[in-house]
Design a protein around this ligand. Structure first.
Ligand SMILES: Cc1cc2nc3c(=O)[nH]c(=O)nc-3n(C[C@H](O)[C@H](O)[C@H](O)COP(=O)(O)OP(=O)(O)OC[C@H]3O[C@@H](n4cnc5c(N)ncnc54)[C@H](O)[C@@H]3O)c2cc1C
Length: 214
């Protein structure tokens, strides 16, 4: 079987290498709140085989996010290290920004499509870059050697107030869907202004006012 996979294009990513990866790591201890000595193997045993796959760890913010009428969002245009826990968050925020802009797109012409994609990219790139840099820093906790040790020490003993400052940089990006009722912004971290949200909110409120006056 190994021979078969070695000679195919999927030699590193098929079922067999995934199973090998599980076999090699099954004794790895995992801390769970029940305090018992758990291992990765216990998770593997409870997971249906067809859901186990080996994925490539990529980290990159791509330059091209759109072309003509095609647009990318989420992992397709920015891959963040899972250590930051922000990949899905940024993907959802991309979708919100795009939906806002599509909602208030004046026409379906190619020019308008390109223009909203430009606006989308302009709004989302700073947020994604912030999350990308933050995730890279947090990923260093799993590095071997002195850097990893220092990072593990710092993250374990870092005071809560310092964590709050660090997290505030990424948490301030949280656009809302502008064409439904706004959610009150709570919490100490003030959200940065989302241009797409403002635009669609203005249109939504205008439509509500017009409808009410009829
Ligand atoms: C181990 C790990 C832990 C993570 N933890 C977190 C976390 O705590 N918090 C967080 O915010 N993010 C986390 N992430 C990141 C998060 O999972 C991703 O950033 C997020 O799922 C990206 O969403 P997406 O929709 O862009 O892509 P995906 O979720 O990858 O969705 C793409 C979909 O397209 C499908 N597809 C692919 N090719 C084709 C095709 N040709 N035709 C049709 N369909 C196709 C795929 O099957 C998939 O369903 C983690 C990631 C990993 C790997």
């Amino acid at each position: 079987m190994e021979q078969r996979f070695r000679s195919s294009e999927n030699s590193e990513w098929g079922d067999f290498p995934a199973q090998t990866m599980c076999d090699e790591t099954r004794d790895f201890p995992i801390p769970l709140e029940d305090g018992k000595n758990r291992t990765l193997g216990e998770l593997y045993d409870r997971t249906p085989k067809e859901l186990i796959s080996k994925v490539m760890l990529e980290e990159k913010v791509f330059t091209t996010w759109y072309h003509r009428r095609f647009v990318l969002l989420g992992d397709a245009c920015h891959k963040l290290n899972p250590a930051g826990g922000h990949g899905a968050v940024t993907a959802i925020h991309d979708a919100i920004a795009l939906a806002n802009l599509i909602y208030c797109m004046p026409s379906k012409t190619s020019e308008d499509v390109t223009r909203i994609f430009e606006e989308y990219h302009k709004e989302r790139l700073p947020a994604v870059t912030e999350s990308y840099n933050n995730s890279r820093q947090l990923a260093r906790v799993s590095e071997k050697g002195i850097v990893g040790r220092i990072m593990r020490f710092l993250t374990t003993y870092m005071p809560v107030w310092l964590w709050r400052i660090a997290l505030a940089r990424t948490l301030r990006f949280r656009p809302q869907v502008g064409f439904i009722k706004a959610i009150e912004a709570k919490g100490p971290v003030k959200p940065v202004v989302s241009a797409s949200e403002q635009k669609s909110r203005a249109m939504f409120e205008g439509q509500q006012t017009t409808a009410a006056s009829l």
